[in-house]
Design a protein around this ligand. Structure first.
Ligand code: FPP
Length: 245
């Protein structure tokens, strides 16, 4: 006889996802619905993000990775790319004043060399300024692509093998882990995507292997701290088996 476990309705602070990944989608549609330019959607999206980081940190989540700009987003009109980059620069600059006050560690993951000198320098400054904080680690995925990340890891490992530093037969999944942008961080346990789309879009392909996926029709600028809590409660109600029974 099986008894159905009662659904938990409150947040269980002892069983939080260690790492949450978020694909923040729907800024453009949010703006369009209001007759506003797409830039207004991105700006509202950046505001929503600040509130979500504050909430995740308050709850006690240790790592959060947010998809801000993919390696494919350069295909957007120059005006939109420029706006997103200026928002990012502002975000990184202001983060020193606002989020760092909340003890957040800020890191950028992705390929930096295609970014402007100004953004690259600001990333270094913001990372340096926040590195000794002890709160949530926020990875800003910027010019990030999951396939590129894995490809780079393979290249680095091949170079180590060629130099005789690593034995090809000893390569394990831990070896790959150690060459990702997220080295020393736990895998993503909970992946959230807004706006009703149900795709990974090249986001953290390696790290989401066993992630629970949570989708909502809400557009990113409408995603509120209460939605984050709901996603975590749903996560806590799922039975994770990691391939076991
Ligand atoms: C997807 O919406 C969102 C993005 C491509 C960028 C995400 C950026 C933000 C949330 C704001 C900026 C963040 C920082 C850190 C400054 P979309 O434009 O694809 O929306 P659509 O699918 O409705 O067109």
């Amino acid at each position: 006889m099986f008894f159905k476990k009662k659904r938990q309705t409150e947040l269980d602070l002892l069983h939080l996802p260690k790492h949450i990944g978020i694909i923040m989608d729907g800024n453009g549609r949010w703006a369009k619905k209001r007759g506003l330019p797409r830039s207004a959607g991105h700006s509202a999206g950046a505001d929503a993000l600040k509130k979500i980081i504050t909430e995740a940190n308050k709850i006690g989540v240790k790592y959060i990775t947010v998809y801000t700009f993919s390696t494919e987003n350069w295909k957007r009109p120059k005006e939109e790319v420029d706006y997103l980059m200026s928002l990012l620069l502002d975000y990184l600059r202001n983060a020193e004043k606002t989020l760092a006050g909340e003890n957040v560690v800020i890191r950028a993951i992705g390929s930096r060399k295609e970014l402007s000198r100004e953004i690259q320098d600001q990333i270094v400054k913001t990372e340096e300024f926040t590195k000794n904080n002890t709160g949530i680690v926020m990875n800003i995925a910027l010019n990030y692509g999951g396939r590129e990340e894995i490809t780079n890891a393979v290249k680095e490992i091949c170079a180590e093998v060629a130099e005789g530093k690593t034995n090809a037969g000893d390569i394990t999944d831990k070896t790959i882990d150690a060459h990702l942008y997220t080295k020393e961080q736990p895998d993503v346990d909970l992946l959230i995507r807004t706006s009703g789309e149900m795709r990974l879009s090249n986001f953290m392909l390696w790290q989401v292997s066993y992630a629970e996926m949570w989708f909502t029709d809400k557009l990113w600028p409408d995603f509120k701290p209460a939605d984050l809590r709901r996603a975590i409660i749903d996560f806590q109600n799922r039975g994770r088996r990691f391939g076991g029974i």
